[in-house]
Design a protein around this ligand. Sequence first.
Ligand SMILES: Nc1ncnc2c1ncn2[C@@H]1O[C@H](COP(=O)(O)OP(=O)(O)OP(=O)(O)O)[C@@H](O)[C@H]1O
Ligand code: SF4
Ligand SMILES: [Mg+2]
Length: 353
Amino acid sequence: MKDTVSRASSTPEEFAVEARDLRVYYPVGRALLRRGRNFVHAVDGVSLGVNVAQTLAVVGESGCGKTTLCRALLGLVRPTSGMVLYRGENLRHYVRGDTINLKGKLQMVFQDPESSLNPFMDVRQIVAEPLRNRSGPSNTDEKISEVLDLVGLSSEFLGRRPVELSGGQKQRVSIARAIVSSPEVVLLDEPTSALDVAVQSQILNLLVRLQEVYGIGYLLVTHNIAVAQFMSDSIAIMYSGKIMESGPTGELMARPMHPYTRTLIEATPIPDPNVRNLLKISVAGEPPSAIHPPSGCRFHPRCPFAQERCRTDEPALREILPGRTVACHFAEEIETSLVSGGGDVVRTGKTTS
Ligand SMILES: Nc1ncnc2c1ncn2[C@@H]1O[C@H](COP(=O)(O)OP(=O)(O)OP(=O)(O)O)[C@@H](O)[C@H]1O
Ligand code: SF4
Ligand SMILES: [Mg+2]
């Protein structure tokens, strides 16, 4: 599928997990008749795929639909339309419980470890949860100690409850719970945003190590493009429920093609004077309404390059270069005008340590 975000493959069958033209609209308000109801357009036609041993980062501001996208992939919210596929199979055919569990092949680390860990359970019970009701040898205790060790927690933690853990320890427990069932793909919803800066890098490095050893695929959701650059092989930029741009991380960071991507990069402090010169566009304006999104291009009220056409015609997500897609009518013209005389700035993509 042409518009499906992938950094390594354009063959849908190869994805471990895939969203195809996925839409999630939440009803809001009190109108009794469906016709009179308003809807939050949380996810509005997203196509992307995640492969094992690779990381796709979805980057966007608060409220753009990142968590809803993860929840729909996991089967925690029902899509309004579109499909979620696991290994090419439409998950609508699964009953709800199977969709969530997929025999543990798809797991999630939630945005807020505070609320995602049951305060009445101890660490042993929390980590063992995905193994419940699964057949096979009952080596649960051994497995739990093994994964706790992997995430850097000793067996002393087995009997502790969440209230006895620091933020970083809670997120390590969340990661242990996510990997205990040997998943193919883990959805990481802002896995470090609730943590201190020093702890953030420890958790990111832990996730990178686990991927290297176990070949887990990650869908990493973040509002921080620097985190995405550190972790990912490819990036999809999300705005108002839609993908605005996607491509391999190194290429997208070195040569952003959508004005919103440039804005996001500009808003992130990057110690490289060449890059900042190239991306000198200030962030302005408010995020759009999710109930009544702007007509035409959803970014037009904030876009410094907006023209009349942008207010009426919605730009399609189109392949602008091999492996690169962008939803902007004027991406080529804008790039030419900004880069002329500036030279190319090359930055590396995924960095591991
Ligand atoms: N259960 C719900 N009912 C109605 N609206 C919802 C619901 N959950 C989320 N929303 C709305 O859907 C939109 C997308 O929310 P979502 O939580 O997916 O965004 P996000 O990108 O994860 O934001 P953040 O970065 O703040 O976590 C927002 O406008 C939000 O208010
Ligand atoms: S389509 Fe128009 S408003 Fe949208 S990003 Fe491109 S130039 Fe800006
Ligand atoms: Mg969220």
